[in-house]
Design a protein around this ligand. Structure first.
Ligand SMILES: [Zn+2]
Ligand SMILES: [Zn+2]
Length: 132
């Protein structure tokens, strides 16, 4: 299974599907994705094989560290990201994985800025801010 950008230059080989899927409605993820919320599937980075060249963008995370977004300089797609509080994990953009059967989010965070029509189905855990 692969996650790829729009043009195909940057890709990530995934070992399998994972249940560690998190939806984030924070304003930064809204701007990062251009959609009302971001969804990342988290894997230990050692299990992933990255091919191509990624550009890194860092922003301050609410947890105090940085949140790194990795995107393709040619087509602009974010393919993966890393949160400072989970440095050994990479979050792979669900939209970059062409697998509609991927599991639904187990967690929905920053719901205080969730668009009113977006519903993350049960039994996901819901948090108004980040996970405590
Ligand atoms: Zn690309
Ligand atoms: Zn977010």
């Amino acid at each position: 299974m692969n996650a790829t950008c729009q043009c195909g230059q940057l890709s990530v080989l995934l070992p399998e599907m994972t249940a560690a899927v998190v939806a984030c409605h924070c304003r930064c993820c809204q701007k990062r994705t251009g959609s009302p919320f971001g969804v990342l599937a988290y894997y230990p980075s050692a299990l992933l094989k990255i091919t191509g060249v990624a550009v890194k963008y860092e922003r301050a995370a609410d947890s105090g560290g940085v949140f790194e977004t990795y995107f393709c300089a040619t087509c602009g797609s974010t393919v993966y990201a890393r949160a400072a509080k989970h440095p050994t994990m990479l979050g792979v953009a669900i939209g970059a994985i062409t697998e509609a059967a991927f599991p639904a989010p187990i967690r929905s965070v920053w719901e205080e800025s969730r668009h009113h029509w977006v519903t993350i189905p049960e039994p996901a855990e819901h948090f108004s801010h980040g996970r405590p």
